[in-house]
Design a protein around this ligand. Structure first.
Ligand code: AMP
Length: 208
């Protein structure tokens, strides 16, 4: 967990590679629903455009289905979920039912100027989902994905008015989650400065 722009997706992708378990991003699941034009997708589009949160019950159904798929049976990395205290409570209940446990809770932080700089310079490959930053994680060729050669896109919700709204929603709804989790075993607070150093630091902490 962590505010928008802290790099949750980038760290989760790095950990997916290093740990060999799937990265489950609720933002990506929702954007896929929007692209597919499903009934949920049409509703979700309006919510994402405003930088608001999708209702907890809808999120729970989405996550519950995804974590019960075959590829998630040895473990998974949740990115962007839970984002509210009711979601965290529902996740605890679901895990009890499925006999699963949370091994680590990674709470990333960065100052607000750094977050805004990252969000406004973020670009993503529409094909493989790889995330770039025009300041510090630049693509090798102009604005093309290093892996797919496809033109990178800016997310609709990475424009300045929506960014401000998302930061406010984070403070209001998601920050209280820190108190929900901070005394649990496996809680790690991590300053999200440099991607490679941070990933090495996390791997060290996990090994310990
Ligand atoms: P992200 O890609 O994690 O930044 O998520 C993009 C957007 O998807 C958020 O601004 C929310 O509108 C929505 N979203 C993602 N995860 C959740 C969640 N756990 N609960 C509610 N809305 C979510």
């Amino acid at each position: 967990m962590g505010p928008p722009g802290v790099g949750k997706g980038t760290y989760a992708k790095g950990l997916e590679e290093r740990l060999g378990i799937p990265h489950i991003s609720t933002g990506d699941l929702l954007r896929a629903a929007v692209d597919e034009g499903t009934e949920l997708g049409l509703e979700v589009r309006k919510i994402l455009e405003k930088g608001k949160l999708v209702p907890d019950d809808d999120m729970m159904i989405l996550v519950s289905k995804r974590i019960q798929k075959e590829d998630a049976q040895k473990g998974f990395i949740l990115d962007g979920f839970p984002r509210t205290v009711p979601q965290a409570e529902m996740l605890d209940r679901l895990f009890d039912k499925l006999n699963k446990k949370i091994d680590y809770i990674m709470d990333f932080f960065l100052d607000e100027a750094g977050l805004i700089q990252r969000l406004s310079n973020r670009r993503q490959c529409p094909q493989c989902g790889r995330i770039y930053n025009l300041i510090n994680i630049k693509p090798k060729n102009d604005l093309l994905c290093d892996d797919c050669g496809i033109e990178l896109m800016q997310r609709d919700d990475d424009h300045s008015e929506v960014i401000q709204k998302r930061l406010l929603v984070y403070k209001d709804k998601t920050q209280p989650l820190i108190h929900y989790y901070e005394n649990r075993k496996g809680y790690l607070k991590i300053e999200a400065i440099n991607v490679d150093d941070v990933l090495d630091e996390i791997m060290e902490l996990i090994k310990q």
